[in-house]
Ligand binder design. Structure first.
Ligand SMILES: Nc1ncnc2c1ncn2[C@@H]1O[C@H](COP(=O)(O)OP(=O)(O)O)[C@@H](O)[C@H]1O
Ligand SMILES: [Mg+2]
Length: 342
């Protein structure tokens, strides 16, 4: 998978758990994948499978009582023409080094911009704060750059919006403001966590187009999290499919769509809504039989086996399948389908 490109982030055996009174939620439970410089990686899977917690683990902003308990997140940082490899799981969340990476080199756009935009600071001041923190520009220069960024993301009347507050903007404009803020420091990785899910179809299409355009322009890598495979087809080059905190299949986007191996991926594909269709939630759930298991009590063996139509009793419900590379860049974690292809 893109072996000719430089590594940017390697997630290895990542485990992030929530320790609650009721028990331990193994939100991310051995996730593994790689992001290369300039690549768009799609991360898909049903709600609750650990996509957001994986993203938060990379940024080292997992809320309590959550904690990354195992694994590595190797960030290949470029400093003065050299590459330095840093394990982000080893940095304290509020350490200077983590803060210099978070927001500046790895930035994130969330599903609901209102939760990450401040209600009491103007859009401009929030972008300027990010710029001043990471780039050491003075106030006037930071304001100029903030207006530039708003222009870049297609904000109408950027020199007026810069002095407005989040609640004065529409959903689509808030999402543009979030993207402007995220991109203001030219991150090498933008993590977009369902950035269009809360938007109407037309605005969604505009934001997707904008992100593709910005990636061409700025050359950053994007980790694009979504439960919508229609969006994946439009936006990404490579895809990882997550189920219950693990990556169960990984391939380039064409292979994933035309030769999916894992029964879970196949089920997700059968549920593809047309882009922007608002009944996506219902259709998605109707077409995959069974329920996502209780996160406190994950099934033994392959976590998908209770819902799987090809599961082999005595194998799939007993032993956890390993991730196997069945073709260059195509990996799958399944006793049945990995064997069939190999
Ligand atoms: N702050 C939290 N406290 C407790 N459990 C959480 C918290 N955040 C996420 N989880 C649990 O972790 C699992 C993965 O969640 P998440 O990564 O948000 O899923 P996704 O983004 O794929 O929908 C879910 O079972 C969810 O309930
Ligand atoms: Mg999520």
């Amino acid at each position: 998978m893109n072996n000719n490109r430089e590594l940017l982030v390697e997630v290895k055996n990542l485990k992030t758990y929530f320790f609650l009174d009721e028990g331990t939620v193994r939100a991310v439970d051995g996730a593994e994948f790689t992001i290369h410089r300039g690549e768009t990686l799609g991360v898909v899977g049903e709600s609750g499978c650990g996509k957001s917690v994986t993203a938060r683990s990379i940024l080292n902003i997992v809320p309590k009582p959550g904690k990354t308990v195992e694994g590595q997140i190797l960030y290949h940082r470029q400093i003065k023409g050299r590459t330095e490899v840093i394990d982000l799981t080893k940095l304290a969340p509020q350490s200077d080094e983590m803060r210099s990476i978070r927001g500046a080199e790895i930035a994130m756009v969330f599903q609901e911009p209102m939760t990450s935009l401040s209600p009491v600071h103007t859009i401009g001041n929030q972008i300027m704060e990010a710029i001043q923190l990471h780039q050491g520009l003075d106030k006037a220069a930071a304001r100029e750059l903030a207006i530039e960024m708003l222009k870049l993301v297609g904000m109408p009347l950027p020199d007026r919006i810069v002095d407005q507050y989040a609640h004065q903007l529409s959903g689509g404009m808030r999402q543009r403001a979030m993207i402007a803020m995220a991109l203001s420091c030219h991150p090498s990785l933008l993590i977009a966590d369902e950035p269009t899910t809360a938007l109407d179809v037309t605005t969604e299409a505009q934001i997707l187009k904008l992100m593709r355009h910005l990636q061409d322009e700025l050359g950053m890598a994007i980790m694009y999290i979504t439960h919508n495979l229609g969006v994946v087809a439009q936006m990404t080059e490579n895809v990882v499919v997550m189920y219950m905190g693990k990556v169960v299949e990984q391939a380039d986007v064409d292979t994933l769509f035309y030769q999916p191996l894992h029964p879970y991926t196949q089920a997700l594909l059968q549920s593809i809504p047309r882009l922007g269709q608002k009944t996506r939630e219902k259709r998605r759930l109707a077409s995959i039989r069974g329920m996502v298991p209780d996160p406190y009590a994950l099934p033994q063996g392959c976590t998908f086996h209770p819902r799987c139509s090809v599961m082999i009793p005595g194998v799939c419900n007993v032993e956890e399948p390993a991730m196997l590379e069945v073709a260059p860049g195509h990996k799958v974690r399944c006793h049945v389908c990995a064997g069939a292809k190999a």
